[in-house]
Design a binder for this molecule. Structure first.
Ligand code: SF4
Ligand code: SF4
Length: 64
């Protein structure tokens, strides 16, 4: 049996656009324009950005 996991990322209002998450993302899935943008097609949901964020503005959750 194959279990397919679906992940969802939420970007919170606490983001101060410091760029730490952009720098640590290994697949360049995060960019900053006038806001923080997340490319779900590139993201591997490694959680590095969530761990490094000083404002706890990134949440990743698993949905089934
Ligand atoms: S590390 Fe956190 S506060 Fe900094 S840009 Fe990313 S989401 Fe925003
Ligand atoms: S979860 Fe990992 S791959 Fe996805 S945006 Fe964050 S650092 Fe990049």
């Amino acid at each position: 049996m194959v279990i397919k996991m679906t992940y969802k990322m939420s970007l919170g209002l606490a983001c101060n656009l410091c760029g730490d998450c952009v720098d640590i993302c290994p697949v360049d899935a995060l960019t900053i324009t006038e806001q923080l943008n997340h490319d779900g097609a590139k993201c591997t949901y490694c959680e590095s950005c969530m761990d490094i964020c000083p404002e706890c503005a990134i949440r990743i959750r698993c949905e089934d």
